[in-house]
Design a protein around this ligand. Sequence first.
Ligand SMILES: O=c1ccn([C@@H]2O[C@H](COP(=O)(O)O)[C@@H](O)[C@H]2O)c(=O)[nH]1
Length: 233
Amino acid sequence: MKPINSPVVVALDYPDARAALALADRIDPSLCRLKVGKELFTREGPSVVRALQERGFEVFLDLKFHDIPNTVASAVHAAADLGVWMVNVHASGGRRMMTAARERLAQGGYSTLLIAVTVLTSSERGDLAEIGLDIEPVEQVRRLAALTADCGLHGVVCSAQEAVMLRQAHPKPFALVTPGIRPAGAAGDDQRRIMTPPMAIEAGVDYLVIGRPVTQSADPVATLKDIIASLPS
Ligand SMILES: O=c1ccn([C@@H]2O[C@H](COP(=O)(O)O)[C@@H](O)[C@H]2O)c(=O)[nH]1
């Protein structure tokens, strides 16, 4: 497998393996990592992850586990057995849940990175208020990132808008993984807390998760290469 220095993670939010692998087959694995999320995994299961790994890609399994501690620990264990590069849970599942997941990976000696989602990048203040959180997203991100770090996980999913604040509180190698990335002028879609790729890197983000701007582009490979070329070195 070639070393991957790229911070880009392409979200393969496709309806089936055929479409996902068609894009994967046009990309050199040194250009990016690939993310398998709920839609593709629910349709295709572990076989699509293995097919991507066989092509040389490191895979982020983005299933955002959120359940009782034993269930989440077992699910994370299953993901690690698949050999994925990264897996995630919801930080709002709490300390005991995150600690159980982290301990299960440590017991097995896995190198899979375990990160936690703070506040979804599609959420804004009004969304939090409706679920009983009378707080700005940035403050909830701050709280949940602190809890995640205290539980010994490898990093968080947040928006790039919170990266400067989080990087001050949590030095590397605590990973900042940011969806909600949009090239200048691109549609925001359902995302609310967004930032352009170069600005996100300048803010201290480690991994840029990019889906529709690439996958729905008329030329996904050219768009991916343009995004990578736009990044500061
Ligand atoms: O807070 C989060 C957590 C995960 N995601 C996932 O990232 C991609 C983003 O796709 P785009 O098409 O670039 O919006 C998608 O798979 C989400 O499930 C997120 O957006 N926000």
